[in-house]
Design a protein around this ligand. Sequence first.
Ligand SMILES: [Zn+2]
Length: 88
Amino acid sequence: MISCRTLARLLLGYVEQELPGEYRELVEQHLASCAQCVALADSYTVVLQLVRQLQPVPVPPELLEALRIAAGLDLPFAVLHPPWPEPC
Ligand SMILES: [Zn+2]
């Protein structure tokens, strides 16, 4: 059986249902016998549900400009001035 530490590394992929089958099985075997990790998995699930309810917020142009400068990139105008609405 995998350790709690190993489970913690696999847990995000598990709750997002992106874990390959063999790893998913290892996680499920562990969760069947470890209440502490079941509680951790439940908390991950709740956090992900809450995050998915958030509305996307456009990146402020000033931040994009700062990132462009920091990265030394020369981004096109459309990226620096996106067509999406300003945040409320
Ligand atoms: Zn555990």
